[in-house]
Design a protein around this ligand. Structure first.
Ligand code: ADP
Ligand code: ZN
Length: 455
């Protein structure tokens, strides 16, 4: 069937095959291509063990589980997970710093923290086993993007408490690739290294990739002269339209990676070369999508992505509500992996803007903007209130190569954008066209919104 075995750098037997002429690397075929039935049996076994483990080792969970009357032996099928109470971000903040840890400090080998995008940071503790699993998940992730020992991986996610940098670093090391631990920032130096080292893979946020790509052009460097062929981009919402723009500008395949520090870090889910949703590494994470009334939704319906960490030992989580909105896709994937995929994250529930009663996410605004020719994928959203009415202004940059700049043409362009926002994002926004290069750029997670109503 066109598959052949190969030895990956880590010494494991991996599988390599072709899909639409694209080479498919599978790091751990035994797990990644397991039948649904075997995957679910493994998940059930691990779920029972986890409930027992949490009950015995975390006072917080002992209380929660006994209040709900849940014990490991009551879990007979995977759907019995629904009887386990949710864990929320508030629970993690309330028990800060050590309340969710299930091992004595001496067994922890690492601490990370969330970026604090939405409030007080949350810490996460790892045992050596947790770090090992994470490292394998990131090796799988890079491998799914076609990465291997021949690659030079430039890690331009921030290093430090943020999980992006070290997560990608560990995985690339396991893959046997050459790692360049750049961290984020100092864009000129990023480009010097891309050129001098011939980096083949770039790991960073999509918004930073845009900035790197733009700086490459500004320096008069032909992007084709760089050896980068794959981008592993994540840590913030981005649209399919943005993917296309980045791919065109940089001449690469741009793939989506998902993760969060509470659950592990990057590498909870990763797109394969089919570029149609991210496979959730289901032997370690049990995903659910939860509706507004707290009910578990079927595949294909959008809701709050929720994870149970089946194998974590430092800080296990039962049904953790991420607040990331997406759907789960269970249709078979041409790459041969059997793990379910998550669609693009539309945004966090906290990112939702309510403008005169209309709910809108920045990613919907991004989608609407990128339908229009003549503007760049750099934008900023300003929300305000005049009297009792909400107002929204979308600032977007003109393309530097825009052929005409007569007032009339600009007015026509502005109207097109207003119309696109009305039809694709259902909002009536005012549009401010900005000169190229004038909106702020991001080296990490982009901040898309200024909400003056809250200031
Ligand atoms: P924080 O919540 O403080 O930003 P993290 O730094 O751990 O914490 O970031 C994890 C969050 O980043 C996720 O919960 C999600 O909201 C966002 N995220 C990560 N990867 C993606 C992705 N590929 N698409 C959209 N959002 C993502
Ligand atoms: Zn796939």
């Amino acid at each position: 069937d066109g598959q052949r075995l190969l030895r990956t750098a880590g010494g494991r037997a991996g599988k390599e095959r072709l899909m639409n002429d694209v080479k498919i690397n599978i790091w751990n075929p035994e797990m990644e291509c397991m039948s649904r039935r075997d995957t679910e049996a493994l998940q059930l076994e691990r779920l029972k063990a986890l409930v027992d483990y949490c009950d015995r080792n975390v006072a917080f969970y002992h209380k929660r589980l006994s209040e709900a009357g849940v014990t490991a032996d009551k879990i007979k099928t995977l759907s019995d997970v629904q009887y386990i109470p949710y864990t929320t971000k508030a629970d993690l903040r309330d028990t800060y710093p050590f309340g969710m840890f299930s091992v004595p400090q001496k067994q922890l080998v690492r601490i990370h923290a969330s970026s604090g995008t939405t409030g007080k940071p949350i810490v996460s503790g790892y045992t050596q086993g947790d770090v090992d699993v994470w490292t394998e998940m990131m090796a799988r992730t890079l491998s799914a993007a076609g990465g291997g020992a021949d690659d030079i991986v430039q890690v331009s996610y921030g290093y430090g408490l943020f999980t992006g940098g070290l997560g990608a670093h560990q995985g690339a090391g396991k893959l046997g690739a050459t790692v360049i631990p750049m961290s984020s920032g100092n864009t000129q130096r990023q480009i010097n290294m891309l050129r001098a080292m011939g980096s083949t893979m770039l790991c960073c946020t999509p918004s930073y990739a845009l900035l790197i790509g733009e700086t490459v052009r500004d320096k008069g460097i032909d992007p084709e002269s760089l050896r980068v062929r794959i981008g592993i981009f994540g840590a913030e919402p981005w649209t399919e339209d943005m993917r296309r723009r980045i791919e065109e500008k940089m001449g690469i395949d741009a793939l989506n990676v998902y993760g969060l520090s509470e659950v592990m870090g990057p590498g909870v889910a990763m797109e394969c070369m089919a570029k149609n949703g991210m496979h959730i590494w289901e032997d370690h994470f049990l995903p659910e999508v939860i509706g507004e009334n707290g009910e578990s939704l079927p595949y294909g319906e959008q809701g709050d992505l929720t994870f149970t960490t089946l194998t974590k030992h430092g800080m296990p989580l039962l049904r953790y509500r991420t607040h990331d909105l997406c759907t789960l896709i269970d249709e078979p994937c041409p790459c041969g992996r059997t793990h379910v995929r998550m669609g693009r994250v539309m945004g966090r529930t906290d990112d939702m803007l309510i403008i005169r009663g209309v709910n809108v996410f920045p990613s919907q605004i991004e989608h609407a903007l990128l339908q229009v020719k003549g503007i760049e994928p750099h934008y900023h959203i300003v929300v305000d209130r005049q009297g009792t009415l909400d107002t929204i202004e979308v600032q977007v940059e003109l393309s530097p190569n825009l052929m005409s700049d007569t007032i009339k043409d600009l007015e026509t362009l502005e109207k097109k954008i207003v119309n696109s926002l009305a039809s694709h994002a259902l909002i009536h926004a005012s549009v401010k066209l900005c000169q190229p290069g004038t909106l702020s750029r991001s080296e990490g997670k982009a901040v898309r919104v200024t909400d003056k109503r809250k200031l």
